[in-house]
Design a protein. Sequence first.
Lengths: 181, 181
Amino acid sequence: LRVEILQAAARLLSQLGGEQGLSIRGVARAAGIAPASIYRHFADKAALVRALIDYDYEQLSEAMGAADDSCPPDDPLGRVRAQIHAYSQFAIESPGHYRLLVNNRSQRPGAPATGPLGRVVAGFERCERAGIKLRIPPHRAAIVVFVGTHGRVALWHASGDPDLAKDVSSFVDELIDLVID
Amino acid sequence: LRVEILQAAARLLSQLGGEQGLSIRGVARAAGIAPASIYRHFADKAALVRALIDYDYEQLSEAMGAADDSCPPDDPLGRVRAQIHAYSQFAIESPGHYRLLVNNRSQRPGAPATGPLGRVVAGFERCERAGIKLRIPPHRAAIVVFVGTHGRVALWHASGDPDLAKDVSSFVDELIDLVID
DNA sequence: TGTACATCAGTGAACGCGCGTTCACTGATGTAC
DNA sequence: TGTACATCAGTGAACGCGCGTTCACTGATGTAC
């Protein structure tokens, strides 16, 4: 079934580091089916990858939303922190999925308000409304934190050292501290 | 000759986005020689790539050094700015080379003092000694700026929009402003 | 209930491709006498 | 200067591989009568 193919592809993407290890034949192998069978459910490889991207995008957005909701509404800064940590956690736990998302960002409808960046922007705006002073406008603060987090995560991926994962977490907090006054 | 092969590989890496487009056969084609000829100068593909990495690493370090030297010694902050801008400029002008470097960082002798990060650390230490107040220790400031710059550059690479290159430059300045008091 | 038939998800085999690498060769260059 | 020979950078052809994709097929499932 279509779902099983996607699950096999996701599993493969979790094991391998990035998109280049993701092949039609590999997915078929992982799913225990013939390569040709995939073409009954996806027009071509690009369609398969697109479906994966859509799925992962929703996963990431939901994880950030859940982190947001799990914080008390009267702690806007905590909510931003939680969202960014959810973001970096996703990137650390699923490097393959994360890289797939980032490298195909251009194929997505350009950053809606419910996407990762939009969420963080809204988070910082809530902070400012709650009286927390920022050193730069909320929109810029979100970009700085967002971009910085991506940078840290990307370098962690490149380093290949799992022990440094906790450094990512403290880096994120340090970044947030830098944009608040 | 060996040098011509490396030059052809570098040219190819400049045109294509990343390492995955870099093949022995492609380099041979670009150099106008037979694929087998490459093996007279490099043991295998990995050796060719390693030579490219070494060359690019030196290029980047030299560019940062030159930027450093082109600033007056009594403007330590300007020197840091110049170095980071040289770094991001390299990443923007040569995405393929930059990605090759970053993704193979683990194969290099771990970040010597003359490497990009070491240079920026030294730069911030000079700032502090000159009386410029930092919000975090020089070593952390260097990491934040360095990692943030990488994040911005990586996202620019992923966006594929050349018009946004100037945003990278202003982002770098914004980052530096954030770590100074 | 039983039979004939249509549908269509899944398949094995094959295609052409580009890849990294090997191998016996060739032909120019330089050395020894 | 002329000749015989060694060296070795460069080569064409071939290898085995994994890839994306196509195609005619098969066999189970569901429907019509």
